[in-house]
Design a binder for this molecule. Sequence first.
Ligand code: PEP
Length: 253
Amino acid sequence: MPKRVVIANWKMNLLRAEAVELTSGIVSNISARDLENVNVIIAPPYTCLEAVGSTINNTGIELCAQNVFWEDSGAYTGEISADMLLDLGCSWVIIGHSERRNILGETNSMINDKILFSLKKGLRVIFCIGERIEEKTRGRTLSVIKKQIEIGLNGVKTAQLDNLIFAYEPVWAIGSGITAEPQDADSVHLSIKQFVSDRFNCNTEKIRVMYGGSVKSGNIDSLIKEPNIDGVLVGGASLDKESLIRIIRSSGV
Ligand code: PEP
């Protein structure tokens, strides 16, 4: 069975010293055995990437950026390229997070450019998808997600799917304290796997889908036991050392 995945998204939180303190606390409490069945990926803000990268060096924990731009270099004030992230030791990047879609106006087509560019450069991608509450209420969850996948993965080759995982994050569950019912999330994950496997003509086992949205130490057990939940993307709770450690350990069981 492939390893489960736990992604800690620290969003726009923590100064460097705080990020190093939190990372050191995780590193010293997580054993090689804890990591046997779980891939742990930490996504600090850009300003902490280097410091966190040094702290996790040789631990097996991987470094992830929260965003990337779709050009190599040039007049793109404030943007960061894939090469810059690779240079800092990132192996992963989060693309399409709902906060970037909804607050920063990222479109499916911009997300597609970022995914294509990152994969070409050798950065592995955590592709976030999910519906808003009004879309869920109108029964449009699957059609919204299908559109995000169709456009977001336009031009991606089947072989490149090995370097991409999905994060199903219902927007109404992110930071709200409301988690999707584990069985409901599982059924959306299964639909995502079926849709992607049809679209790319590949096996559903190849497709890995994480759940994100108010995951905590108190609900991880019920989520992770679902057959199509391959891991979790954790925001708020990943800023708390004890919670994150508990989530990592529970995910490896
Ligand atoms: C997220 O950052 O994608 C997220 C799911 O946040 P939270 O766990 O706080 O809901």
